[in-house]
Write a protein that binds this ligand. Structure first.
Ligand code: HEM
Ligand code: HEM
Length: 241
């Protein structure tokens, strides 16, 4: 049994946040090794030169890109309370009060979603032949490098904020594998079925309205990810044709 005073995170959040987080951290580490092997203009560390690391990084980047839309949808729906609220800006004047820290935490959570969107988009704009050829001056390569710095800074801020508002128990609650009975995955197939049947009964027009009712920022993020796939597929077709 868990003590009721301990922070508790919904299981679905822990799964989506956990997979996104792990794939992202592996992408960040392998990204550094790729930079170290092929570039090194802003400093290098004595890691072995390992050419295959580029493909490994691409794979972890791709995993992050695949899981991220589900996490985004969760965060804007069931996790809405932990993102920026319409009144968040007015709360920012209460400097130093607990609400101020909670508000800053919500800003950082939202910023993490935006930073990752940029990292994934710029990654999709990369060409795997640039670095092996020594072509280090592409605009999207610089964008992708900047996205790494931004992402590392935002994760550090995210950890600091969560440590400030809830300390180690809150940080660990996100990685705790125990879950409550009402959170059991055994209920998920039934919930998915109910949701699916509800959507199926809706007319196309209502489906369209439901899409338009998503928060604007969620639509913008999902739209950007969709665009990243579309552009990179178009480029592939253009090269093949
Ligand atoms: C590396 C270790 C990480 C730890 C220990 C951690 C910890 C946490 C904790 C404790 C919360 C819940 C805060 C609360 O209850 O108010 C949270 C939420 C969140 N985290 Fe992380 N996090 C990590 C990595 C990441 C990464 C890499 C991202 C990048 C996208 C991220 C994005 C988010 C977002 C968007 C939320 C809000 C979720 C919601 O709307 O429900 N986290 N994190
Ligand atoms: C937060 C940091 C980063 C994330 C989340 C990320 C993510 C991604 C993603 C999603 C792709 C596309 C993969 C695909 O469609 O197959 C990609 C490709 C690539 N990234 Fe990153 N990346 C990051 C940082 C970096 C950095 C700092 C470098 C510097 C060397 C880098 C080098 C590359 C290269 C060369 C590719 C093309 C290789 C390929 O597609 O296999 N990335 N990245």
């Amino acid at each position: 049994m868990m003590k009721p005073s301990q922070p508790y995170q919904p299981l679905l959040l822990r799964i989506l946040h956990g997979f996104t987080g792990i794939c992202l951290i592996l992408a960040i580490l392998t990204a550094f090794w790729t930079y170290n092997t092929y570039d090194g203009r802003w400093g290098q560390v004595p890691l072995p030169e390992y050419k295959e690391i580029e493909g490994i990084h691409g794979t972890f980047g791709l995993y992050t890109l695949l899981i991220f839309p589900a996490f985004v949808h969760y965060a804007f729906q069931r996790g809405q309370r932990r993102l920026v609220q319409p009144d968040s800006f007015t709360k920012l004047v209460q400097v130093g009060q607990p609400i101020w820290w909670y508000t800053l935490n919500r800003f950082t959570n939202t910023l993490a979603l935006l930073a990752l969107t940029f990292a994934l988009f710029s990654g999709k704009m990369m060409d795997e032949t640039w670095l092996p050829k020594g072509d280090l001056d592409h605009i999207w390569y610089y964008g992708h490098l900047i996205s790494w710095v931004v992402m590392v800074a935002v994760i550090a801020l995210h950890l600091l904020m969560n440590a400030r508002i809830g300390g180690t128990p809150l940080l660990l609650s996100m990685w705790n594998p125990k879950f409550r009975a009402k959170d059991t995955p055994q209920l998920w197939p039934k919930n998915v079925l109910i949701g699916w049947q509800k959507t199926r009964r809706r007319s196309w027009l209502k489906k369209f309205y439901a899409l338009a009712e998503l928060p604007q920022l969620e639509l913008a993020i999902l739209g950007t990810l969709f665009l990243a796939w579309a552009i990179s597929l178009l480029k592939e077709f253009a090269l093949a044709g």
